[in-house]
Write a protein that binds this ligand. Structure first.
Ligand code: PAF
Length: 277
C-alpha cells in the first residue's frame, strides 16, 4: 500500500491508476470504515482511502483538537483490508490559502444535525468536493451511519454533475447494537454500557412504524422521554422519509434519526424501515 502525503504524490499515483474507488475518512478507523474498503474492492478498481481531519467541518468548541489521530494503526488496517493507497495530505496541501470559496448546501443542511452544528455540512461538502477533484474517483463510498451526510453528498454529486458513482455502506454495529464510530472512544465505561439505548429507541420507533403506527410525534416524544430518563441530552429525534423530507401518514418507508449526548460525547444513529429498505 502506498502512502501519499501530498497532492504531487497523489498525481503520480493517479497516472498509474487512472480509475479508482475512493473511501474518504478522518482516520481513527474502525470496522465501519474497513467494510467500506471491502465494499469498494468489489468494484474491481484500485481502492484509495483518504485520512484528513478537516477543520472546516468542526464548529467552535467542537472536538477538532481532541479528534483521535491514529495514523500508524489506520494504515495497518487499510493495508490488511486490501487498500492500494492512502492519501493523507497536510493541512497546507488541502488549504494552501485560507478557504474562501465554499459549497453552498441546500436547506437540508440546516436541519437535523445541521441545526445543532451550524456550518458543519458546508465545511464537509467543501472538503469532499476538493477531495473528489484531487482524487477523481469513479466510485466513492460513505457510511449510512452519517445518513444526512450521505444524502447531501449524493445530492451535491447529482446537481453538480460529478461523474462519480456515490455508494452507501451499511452501518456496522457492536454486538449490543451501538453503531461503530470514531467518537465511541470518548465514552467512559459507564457511558459505553448506556450508549446502545439510542439505537434501541430508534429501532423501537422503526418497529412501531412497520406495524402501522403513524402518530409520528407521539413516537418521537416517547423515545425522547426514555432517553432523558437515562441521562441523555437529546439534540433531535426525527422520523423522516428516506430522502429526509417530513413524513406523511400514507408513507411506507421511513428513516428514524437521532443525535444525543452522553456526557461530553455526541452520538448519532439512524434506522431505516419499510419495504425495500
Ligand atoms: O465522514 C467523515 O469521516 C467526514 O465527514 C468526511 C466525509 C471524510 C469529510 O471530511
Amino acid at each position: 500500500m502506498q502512502i501519499l502525503r501530498s497532492n504531487a504524490e497523489l498525481s503520480l499515483w493517479k497516472a498509474a491508476h487512472p480509475d479508482c474507488a475512493f473511501v474518504p475518512t478522518m482516520g481513527n478507523l474502525h470496522e465501519g470504515h474497513i467494510s467500506l474498503v471491502q465494499q469498494a474492492r468489489l468494484s474491481g478498481l484500485p481502492v484509495i482511502a483518504s485520512i484528513f481531519v478537516n477543520p472546516l467541518q468542526f464548529g467552535a468548541g467542537e472536538d477538532f483538537e481532541r479528534y483521535p489521530r491514529t495514523f500508524e494503526a489506520d494504515c495497518g488496517k487499510l493495508q490488511s483490508a486490501g487498500c492500494t493507497a492512502v492519501f493523507a495530505p497536510a493541512l497546507e496541501d488541502m488549504y494552501p490559502q485560507p478557504q474562501s470559496y465554499f459549497v453552498e448546501p441546500p436547506a437540508l443542511a440546516s436541519e437535523l444535525c445541521g441545526e445543532f452544528r451550524p456550518g458543519h455540512f458546508r465545511g464537509m461538502l467543501t472538503v469532499v468536493l476538493k477531495l473528489f477533484n484531487l482524487v477523481e474517483p469513479r466510485v466513492a463510498l460513505f457510511g449510512k451511519k452519517d445518513y444526512q451526510q450521505f444524502a447531501l453528498i449524493r445530492g451535491m454529486a447529482a446537481q453538480m454533475n460529478l461523474p462519480i458513482d456515490i455508494r452507501a455502506g451499511e452501518t456496522v454495529r457492536a454486538d449490543d447494537g451501538l453503531a461503530l464510530s470514531s467518537r465511541n472512544g470518548y465514552l467512559s465505561d459507564a457511558e459505553r454500557r448506556e450508549a446502545p439505548r439510542l439505537h434501541q429507541q430508534l429501532k423501537q420507533i422503526g418497529e412501531a412504524l412497520a406495524l402501522g403506527r403513524r402518530d409520528f410525534e407521539e413516537l418521537e416524544v416517547q423515545a425522547l422521554d426514555a432517553l432523558y430518563q437515562h441521562g441523555w441530552k437529546v439534540d433531535y429525534l426525527s422520523i423522516r422519509r428516506p430522502d429526509l423530507s417530513l413524513p406523511a401518514e400514507g408513507d411506507a418507508q421511513f428513516v428514524v434519526l437521532g443525535a444525543a449526548w452522553l456526557g461530553k460525547t455526541r452520538l448519532i444513529d439512524n434506522v431505516e424501515t419499510g419495504p425495500g429498505l
